[in-house]
Design a protein around this ligand. Structure first.
Ligand code: GDP
Length: 179
């Protein structure tokens, strides 16, 4: 089955987003809870696809060795996992472009991993503030890439972006089924 993975720095709002995507309106999440874990968790959705919860990068709580191990595990999942269709990279929309996020995105580009950007917590900003931050990100990305990745604007509080992300996944699932 096709897999869609979610990744971001810890505290970016990943578990809230996964809950928002799966727990309302009857998407069937089979087991477990997304969250603070050092493992890669697979959630089967509607028996059609897996939502993959990747551990947060840039972890500070653990030692260097543990962080290295985690990084290796994440890297090999991303690079080697055949059913991975798209990676959703979560970015806190309140922050200026962060180098750890930009480096990660750069690496994805070099490795030719299909990814989209998900801005989280947009409800915490005014429209103007949000557009400002989004523009800064786009300008930074344009310095490296000719085309911008797909960008989703989300809020786990209001449910913003839920339909868009799920529709996108459904679209990719349809293409996957035809191959
Ligand atoms: P994770 O560490 O990436 O899984 O982040 P969490 O989902 O645990 O969220 C971190 C903090 O941000 C929590 O206090 C959440 O309540 C808060 N948060 C997450 N998403 C949103 C959002 O869309 N809007 C608002 N206002 N707060 C959010």
């Amino acid at each position: 089955l096709p897999e869609y993975a979610f990744i971001g720095r810890s505290n970016v709002g990943k578990s809230s987003l996964i809950n928002m995507l799966t727990q309302k309106n009857g998407l069937a999440l089979t087991s477990g809870k997304p969250g603070k874990t050092l493992l890669i968790n697979h959630f089967l959705i509607n028996k059609e696809w897996f939502l993959v919860d990747l551990p947060g990068y840039g972890f500070a709580q653990t030692g260097l060795a543990a962080r290295e191990r985690l990084r290796k595990m994440i890297d090999s999942y991303i690079l080697l996992r055949k059913p991975l269709i798209n990676l959703f990279v979560l970015i806190d929309s309140r922050l200026e472009p962060q180098s750890i996020d930009l480096q990660f995105i750069e690496w994805l580009g070099v490795q030719e991993i299909p990814f989209s950007i998900v801005f989280t917590k947009t409800d915490k900003l005014s429209v103007t503030q949000f557009l400002n931050n989004r523009k800064k990100y786009e300008e930074t990305l344009f310095q490296t890439w000719e085309t911008l990745p797909l960008i989703f604007e989300t809020s786990s509080k209001t449910g913003k972006g839920r339909v868009e992300i799920l529709n996108y996944i459904e679209e990719l699932n349809d293409q996957y089924g035809k191959n």
